[in-house]
Design a protein around this ligand. Structure first.
Ligand code: GLC
Length: 522
């Protein structure tokens, strides 16, 4: 299991109220005890923090607020000593506008080699219209016009995210070399791999055609030839990165963050000579309904099998609404990625908690890798009532206050006690986490312990079992089964010899109640 550490809010070691490397170091034994195999640390590089660190101003440094390169090296060694591997976040689609490359590009002017590393273009019409109709992921247009050094309005630069995150041009060899240098730098420091941010966005269609020019083919699931998402040309980059990773004696791995259309497109990222794994977001997006979950699992397994890669399962991350709050809502209404998608729907958090516990056991029983986002193991819900003035997600401002954004899953982790700062900042852990959190934690600990010990779990295959309507059940060899009941009525479990673990109490007659998952020995 790989555990996502959102560094700013994981644990604060130096008492300034912001999470850091010292805090992470002090909690490594906790992670090892939980049953984590590897940690993925979100960007810890020097950054103006216009997008939570995904605006990188120095690819091979450490943000002073988080620590130093020496502290990072030490932390990595400590992690290795207790059997944890360390993955970093690599952000290749864009840099911070404060990165020296962008500053030099501004100074060097149109037509320069410095500008060619980014996507600068002249405007349309007399120049005062952006080069095309692309929009930023956070709202508004994807282009900002610069003022040239002579004071005149000049070229436009592309930013698929905030204006503080200019997109790089991946046809430029200097860009490629810079990222290879960066990977080697961190690999040589002991890092075991990278999560690749926006892996589906690096390559833009030649000529930067308008979104309005997309020809949509007919029929459900028909693929759209999008000018900047999931273009086929992007795979050539990953083949070269794979070769770089494979040049190391001990294994170095990649995980793709690729929001693409369906499992077959995702599987292309994990072909034998490309990346090792890719987040399976379709599972995260599937509503809490037996058929939808089963279809999503089956489709992912099939698509990954075709390319010989292991699937991954993920319930949430720092960009998505926490699953407790997602499953607390009416299900199947529409795709739910962020809090903003459901904020107006009624929520029953106790139902969300039950479902999230069941989802955890479901996820840990599936073939392949599992990802846990910090706090998931404590059953945390999204914080939905953050005051406007503390919101930091750039989406809040950029959408003109239409979207509250992702801050509700990024608040400091409560480690212990009943009062702020809940053990987040020194003197640190005193007392235990609250009772709810303890019981979810116990479930994760036992589930992960069993998962390691049981020969049927982890990589492999599954066989679907006959299950009552509204439930799903599958077996894994040797001698393991999992059943999940998505309905409001109890269902009978498959014939078994022993109950291994359940996400909640079973009925007296052994039936599986609503929103409950059980692992069985066959
Ligand atoms: C990824 C990150 C997200 C960030 C975006 C831009 O989706 O997970 O947090 O805002 O990329 O880098």
């Amino acid at each position: 299991m790989i555990y996502e550490v959102y560094i700013r809010s994981f644990a604060d070691g130096d008492g300034d109220g912001v999470g850091d490397i010292a805090g992470l170091s002090s909690r490594l034994p906790y992670l090892a005890g939980l049953g984590v195999d590897a940690v993925w640390i979100t960007p810890w590089y020097p950054s103006p923090m216009k997008d939570g660190g995904y605006d990188v101003a120095d690819l091979r440094g450490i943000e002073p607020m988080f620590g130093t390169v020496a502290a990072a090296r030490e932390m990595i060694a400590e992690a290795h000593d207790i059997g944890l591997r360390v993955l970093l976040d690599l952000v290749p689609n864009h840099l911070s506008d404060q990165h020296p490359w962008f500053q030099r590009a501004l100074a060097a002017g149109p037509g320069s080699a410095e500008r060619a590393r980014f996507v600068f273009r002249g405007g349309r019409g007399p120049g005062d219209e952006p080069p095309n109709d692309w929009t930023s992921n956070f709202g508004g247009r994807a282009w900002t016009r610069v003022t040239e050094t002579d004071g005149r309005p000049g070229e436009w630069y592309l930013h698929l995210f905030t204006p503080a995150q200019p997109d790089l041009d991946w046809t430029n060899h200097e860009v490629r070399e810079e990222f290879e240098r960066t990977m080697r730098f961190w690999f040589d420091l002991g890092v075991d791999g990278f999560r690749i941010d926006v892996a589906h966005g690096l390559v833009k269609a030649e000529g930067l055609p308008d979104l309005a020019s997309i020809v949509r083919s007919e029929g459900a699931g028909a693929r759209v030839d999008h000018p900047h998402w999931d273009r086929d040309e992007v795979h050539e980059i990953y083949r070269s990165w794979r070769a770089l990773a494979d040049s190391y004696n001990d294994p170095r791995v990649f995980i793709a963050e690729a929001w693409v259309q369906g499992p077959d497109r995702l599987a292309r990222y994990v072909r034998a000579d490309e990346l090792h794994t890719a987040f399976n977001f379709d599972f995260l997006l599937a509503p809490w309904q037996a058929e939808a979950m089963r279809d999503s699992i089956a489709a992912a397994l099939r698509a990954h099998e075709e390319v010989g890669a292991a699937p991954t399962w993920v319930l949430s991350n720092h960009d998505t609404i926490r699953e407790v709050s997602r499953y607390a809502r009416p299900q199947g209404v529409g795709p739910v990625r962020r809090l903003d998608d459901v904020i107006d729907l009624p929520a029953d958090i106790s139902i969300g908690r039950r479902r999230a516990r069941a989802a955890a056991l479901l996820m840990l029983a599936l073939p392949g890798g599992a990802y846990v986002y910090q706090g998931e193991e404590l059953g945390l819900a999204e914080v939905e009532d953050l005051p406007d003035d503390v919101l930091q997600d750039p989406g809040w401002e950029q959408s003109g206050h239409r979207y509250r954004g992702r801050d509700g899953c990024r608040v400091p982790l409560p480690w212990s006690g009943l009062e702020p700062p809940f053990g987040f900042s020194p003197p640190g852990a005193r007392g235990a986490p609250c009772r709810d959190a303890q019981s979810v934690l116990a479930l994760y600990r036992s589930g992960l312990r069993l998962r390691r010990a049981h020969p049927a779990l982890g990589d492999g295959t599954l066989r679907w079992l006959e299950a009552p309507a509204g439930a799903l059940a599958f077996a894994r060899a040797p001698g393991f089964a999992c059943i999940v009941n998505f309905t409001a009525e109890p269902v009978a479990p498959p014939v078994h010899s022993e109950r291994l673990i359940a996400s909640g109490p079973l009925d007296e007659d052994g039936r599986v109640p609503a929103d409950t998952a059980v692992w069985l020995a066959l």
